[in-house]
Design a protein around this ligand. Sequence first.
Ligand SMILES: Nc1ncnc2c1ncn2[C@@H]1O[C@H](COP(=O)(O)OP(=O)(O)OP(=O)(O)O)[C@@H](O)[C@H]1O
Ligand SMILES: [Mg+2]
Length: 235
Amino acid sequence: MEMGRLLYEGKSKKVFETSDPDRVVVRFTDEATAFNAKKRATVAHKARVNCAISVRLFREVEQAGVRHHVVEQRSETDLLCERVEIIPVEVVVRNVVAGSFARRYGLTDGQPLHRPVLEWFYKSDALDDPLVGDDAVVCLGWAAEWELQFMREAALTVNQVLTAFWAEHGIDLVDAKYEFGRQNGRLLLADELTPDGSRLWEQGTGRPFDKDVFRKDLADLSETYRELLGRITGG
Ligand SMILES: Nc1ncnc2c1ncn2[C@@H]1O[C@H](COP(=O)(O)OP(=O)(O)OP(=O)(O)O)[C@@H](O)[C@H]1O
Ligand SMILES: [Mg+2]
């Protein structure tokens, strides 16, 4: 399959057309951004590490029957994927209070939630990805009612699978963001499953293994991500 023109250049990945109109190549880059790209850096090895973690986690959710966009890994940084029309609504699933959820409700990070909390955010850099309610999502035409239902169920399943996966490696999945896309009338879990879009805290110590390390300058992000990959590959 031939690589085609660059379709989209995002903050941490590039998406290329391929000779198959239904497929794209998603290329991870070494760029890190935070605070809606107000903070930026190049992080050595981030592309290959996030690509490898994503592949590992997509395999995990596939075993639980969740359909996703990854077809195959093409190189250290490139994934051949189904081309989807991304639904402009990010699905966030939280197991523990942290980040914007803590700030919004005046809570402190680390308080466990009795059950996972699912939130929708409208994908808009111009508006800083605001929180939105189900009614707004449907009435403004961003997703249909059945799509919301599908995404809710799938995201909660993914949360269960990945919580169990990370726990096996001594890590708590605190929260994570998921994106879904449409292809020929079906919905697929898309984008990436990486520590850029999740909070991962070491059990016992609470040490973060996610992008908060970069947001808050807590440690070297490149080393942190490589250690995380090492933990799940045993390397
Ligand atoms: N299978 C796919 N087909 C088409 N587009 C995809 C697919 N998977 C992910 N994307 C989209 O490609 C882009 C990936 O780039 P990146 O994650 O760097 O973007 P971003 O800067 O985070 O921007 P955005 O705010 O749009 O997510 C995202 O917009 C994502 O929604
Ligand atoms: Mg993104």
